[in-house]
Design a protein. Structure first.
Length: 210
């Protein structure tokens, strides 16, 4: 006497014999990168970031220092942390204390920093996402999560339109952090609460050609 399980399996086998499965090629048209003129690509990123309540500032290579200093002054930051390989000229106009981060510094002590300044690995315009990969210009994850203010410098060459293009630029073995505006969540009454999982304030300095 056959069991119900055997009956079901026999019916499946009969169905496969009558109509064997056809293997269709997987069409990956979605994987094609979208291209936009430079101005539209940057404007789209700015629109998304501002929609996420990030503050966006524009700069050129020669005005990065002034714009970063202005951003830090706007949040009254007197003590700033930076990753070890950050271009120090970006803080050339900043008069406050600068602490170069190191893995030996306890993560809890990073809370004493007023702000941090980092670079970015890549930014995706369509989603408004900035990717950090833990490299020397972005630092360890604790540095970008503990302090309350994050000033992130994103250069034109690091901005792509869509997610496939952004993913191709990343190294999978690196600790990837994705940022889309200030850290925020909602409480049980759906009230927005900022600064729960990371910086309460995100200031993005977008650097384009002179």
């Amino acid at each position: 006497m056959s069991t119900a399980r055997e009956d079901i399996l026999d019916r499946i086998k009969d169905a496969l014999r009558i109509a064997p499965p056809v293997v269709e090629p997987v069409v990956r048209d979605y994987d094609a990168e979208i291209e936009l003129p430079d101005a539209e690509r940057i404007d789209l990123l700015i629109d998304r970031l501002e929609d996420y309540k990030a503050e966006v500032r524009r700069a050129t290579p020669s005005t990065i220092g002034a714009e970063v200093a202005s951003a830090l002054a706007s949040v009254q930051a007197s003590r700033v942390g930076i990753p070890p390989a950050l271009d120090r000229s970006w803080l050339g106009d900043y008069a406050g204390e600068v602490q170069v981060d190191d893995a030996s510094i306890p993560a809890a002590s990073l809370d004493s920093l007023d702000a941090i300044v980092t670079g970015a690995a890549v930014a995706c315009s369509i989603s408004g996402t900035i990717f950090l990969d833990g490299s020397g210009t972005q630092g360890r994850r604790a540095l970008t999560l503990v302090p309350d203010v994050h000033v992130c410098v994103v250069r034109d060459a690091e901005i792509v339109v869509d997610m496939p293009a952004a993913i191709r630029r990343l190294v999978p073995e690196r600790p990837i952090t994705m940022i889309a505006g200030p850290s925020a969540t909602s409480d049980i009454e759906l009230q927005r609460v900022e600064g729960v999982h990371g910086p309460r304030t995100l200031i993005v300095v977008i650097v384009s050609a002179e």
